[in-house]
Design a protein around this ligand. Structure first.
Ligand code: 4NP
Length: 159
């Protein structure tokens, strides 16, 4: 059994959903004493926001739950990421199509929808970028719930 696991969260811009997922998942892993066994990162399929901090609305919503994501910096996914992470978890079907194309070319870890680990009955974490503040709360709720399921899966795999 492996004693380490690595998780990459992927969305479009890497300024709303995937940095939120990185922050929430890291917090839960810390609370469950698993953080030392995990490598956690996030990225976007797009290149528009490279080097930028997360969207102020995402920083604010996470901050209200006591999670600081203000230091994260957006980056774009690389083909090598599929070789470097055990879990490549995308937010919506559009992200899935984009990363699957990379996976077909490169091989490595097959991308999956993050909400496969959720009981919500929803398949996608909706893009909150063009909506209001409540979209960001919904994103955090979905991410939190899926993170619990993901940690359970990882716990089952680790030595
Ligand atoms: P994210 O949200 O994929 O959750 O980071 C978006 C951020 C930026 C854009 C779209 C979605 N954009 O079109 O710039």
């Amino acid at each position: 059994m492996p004693d380490q696991a690595s998780v990459l969260f992927v969305c479009l811009g890497n300024i709303c959903r995937s940095p939120s997922a990185e922050g929430v998942f890291r917090r839960l892993a810390e609370e469950q004493g698993l953080a030392g066994k995990l490598r956690i990162d996030s990225c976007g399929t797009g290149n528009w926001h490279i080097g930028k901090a997360p969207d102020a609305r995402a920083v604010g919503a996470a901050g209200r739950r006591g999670i600081d994501i203000s230091d994260l910096k957006a980056r774009q996914i690389l083909a090598e990421d599929l070789d470097r992470f055990d879990y490549v978890l995308v937010m919506d079907r559009s992200n899935l199509a984009d990363v699957r194309e990379m996976w077909h070319q490169n091989g490595g870890t097959e991308p999956r929808l993050f909400l496969e680990f959720s009981q919500s009955g929803q398949a996608e974490v909706p893009d909150p970028y063009y909506g209001g503040e409540d979209g960001f709360e919904r994103v955090l709720d979905l991410i939190h719930e899926a993170s619990e399921g993901l940690l359970e899966d990882i716990r089952g795999r680790l030595a």
